[in-house]
Design a protein around this ligand. Sequence first.
Ligand code: SAH
Length: 423
Amino acid sequence: MFDEGGWNKEDGGEALSQALLRPRHRPAQHCTLAPRGSLQKQRRRLLATLQRLEASSCTDPPQSPGPLSGDSESESDSVGRAGRKQPRKQRQGLKPRAASSPGVAPGAPSGSGAPHPGPEAGPAGRRRRKDSAAEAPGDSAPAPSKEQPSRELGAAAGRPVPLLTRKQWRNKQKNKRRQKNKFKAGAGQDVGQGTSALPASELSGVLRARMEERLQSARFRYINEQLYTSSSQEAAQLFQRDPAAFAIYHRGFARQVGRWPENPVHRIIQYLRGRPASLVVADFGCGDCKIATSVRNKVHSFDLVALSPRVTVCDMAKVPLADESVDVTVFCLALMGTNLQEILEEANRVLRPGGTLKVAEVASRFGDIRAFVSAVTQLGFQIVSKDLGNPFFYMFDFSKTGQPRAGGSLPGLALRPCLYKKR
Ligand code: SAH
């Protein structure tokens, strides 16, 4: 019945009066019917009351000087809702109680301006009194200065413009604050924004921290890209030149994997815990040695830089282990260099026949899984199982069947580099 626009400052008066007028005719028709029984008596009484109310709302000045303290909760609700959607009472064809007749509850004498006593003196009535108290002068003093002009405008135009109760005004302010914060949160992702509320001393600290974080992220992305797009020898040189880069890389790596619902290294740990502790393991690209610290097996941990004393620093294309000396070789998110063939041949060398090669790799790196498996097979392995169920990483188990077959390059081994986007 009421458009939202009907409650705008400009056209609020017309829409309101329209709404008030419409239901007024209906009761008149009903009154011409001969009332029968007590139900009809009640209806007649109700209709008479409605008519009185309507009359009062038309004759009352548009903005009743009656204090908001007289607002009943239901009234403030109907006025408040009106700005957003059609009030239920109006949809039912009943007259909305406009601000012009505050505090008038159905059945109460029109224009009394007092909270409705009697039946509504229950919880609703008590709530109304609480609202009234809240509208005490001190409390309502800071009430919306922006509302004032709209009331005056409406009043000047002779239209009834709804006043806001304290509760409504508070909600309005809350919504405004929310909108503002939403904007700030979005903008705050940029350095220097969303910090305007901070004192200058804190601001410089926050900005510096953000800049450092961005710098670290950029360095992580750079190092990560180097590891995927250069040979393992070049990667080794990179970290020799700049050992600090390794710490940065690992912080970034941990952050990325931390976002995944599951870390594949935990699957590998589970697997090893279910196998005899006597199996010797070689962890190629061990990082912070999660495997070595989580299982009872003898674990050889290899990486380019030592994050822990357990690490043997070396290029995994050339590990200091005797031929056929280990039972399980692990590459957990560590098939990084461009010389994967060399790296997997090294794994084959150190594995005893029938030994297990476990690979966990980022799912998006695989273009053609079959080509990858076929290439690994060329290197003296056979596939035992593959698990492609996780959207983030795939897992493969191979067993060593023999020596790598002599031959040319294996394009199926070329996995896509795993590059992280700038956030
Ligand atoms: N496997 C660990 C760490 C994975 S991050 C885990 O899942 O938690 C990949 C690791 O491989 C890094 O620590 C990186 O330094 C290492 N790495 C990459 N290329 C290497 C190489 N050529 N030799 C040794 N380690 C290498």
